[in-house]
Design a protein around this ligand. Sequence first.
Ligand SMILES: Nc1ccn([C@@H]2O[C@H](COP(=O)(O)OP(=O)(O)OP(=O)(O)O)[C@@H](O)[C@H]2O)c(=O)n1
Ligand SMILES: C[C@](O)(CO)[C@H](O)COP(=O)(O)O
Length: 385
Amino acid sequence: MPATPSVAVIVVAAGSGTRLGLNRPKAFVEIAGRTILSRSLDPVRGMAEPVSIVVVVPEALVAETAAGLDAAVVAGAATRQQSVAAGLAVVPEGTEIVLVHDAARAFTPPEVFDRVVAAVRATGHGVIPGLPVTDTIKGVAADGTVRDTIDRSTLTAVQTPQGFPLGQLTEAYRLAAGDFTDDAALLREAGHPVSVVAGDGRSFKITTADDLGRAEDLLRRSLPTMRTGVGVDAHAFSTDEGEELWLAGLFWPGERGLSGHSDGDVVAHAICDALLGASGLGDLGSRFGTADPELAGAHGEVFLRRTRQILAAEGFTVGNVSVQLIGNRPRFSPRKAEADALLSAVLGAPVSVSATTTDGLGSVGRGEGLTAIATALVVGVTRSG
Ligand SMILES: Nc1ccn([C@@H]2O[C@H](COP(=O)(O)OP(=O)(O)OP(=O)(O)O)[C@@H](O)[C@H]2O)c(=O)n1
Ligand SMILES: C[C@](O)(CO)[C@H](O)COP(=O)(O)O
């Protein structure tokens, strides 16, 4: 059983998007073929450390969102604060730091998430990203006349993700007496300190039609790059009869296991190599050395998740993967659908596994081991300036 990550990220996406005015929940509006929610999860997956993810969506969209998403998905409520509370209720036990993030800030770079986590760890209290206010700010009376000019040198426009020690955030939500527009306000009400770290211009909140236009422009100025890669892996069957067989992320009872530093899952390993190669980010050997004790006996799913994170940190998402297993046993076809579904969910993209034999030729044909060959398509973004 993998340990609970110390950080959880709640992505709130249950708003109706009234100010955007598209008669559709805002997070489910598409920009260049992908929803705002889906885009907002890219940087979360690109964070430096593995995190638990909780996504909060309108009740009617919970089942649809949960299908194929590697995250807990729960129903939100009438206000942002109530939606955060719904997400907070399912944060895994053992979590130390919680980040609350607006799906509407879909282009926040991963380094902002990492910066907030580092500052929460360093200070032991709440941390929010913010930018100095650049406009002159006026107090205006109800009749439209200017009342006064507010000293902007003390003002900060705050963004998300906002990070807090879990205990402080839970307590602040338990004590909350009013409805606030951000989580830091609840923490201050509960008497906890909150500090500001640098935010990022790309972290703007998609609120109005103008903001949506800005998001579309941002993507238009980005050139999508498609790249393909190939990966091959082979492992001999173990001489230890008690060794379990793990293949394509699945356990195969009664089948002879493969030897190797990890569980020897050739399908998962070939996929990782294809993805890393396609992205120009090295290979399995250079990324996951045998010196790492955490990887001793690790299942293929661990390598696949880490590979997805490595890609996401460099702005790549998985397009699709096709992989062929070569060997005499196990008979793969009865579990193909199960394998495809598991691997697709882990990578967030279609994965198709097929199997063949070598007609008795070579070491694989003699039943000495298994081989897998994978091809992968990755999609990246190159900023054009
Ligand atoms: N009841 C709500 C309201 C807001 N949010 C989320 O909180 C973030 C910030 O809210 P905002 O940008 O104000 O979104 P909406 O409430 O959808 O916008 P509007 O006020 O225009 O309806 C968004 O990601 C939104 O989905 C939420 O999860 N539940
Ligand atoms: C949390 C937030 O994004 C910080 O700027 C903001 O307060 C949410 O604003 P809204 O009132 O829900 O639009």
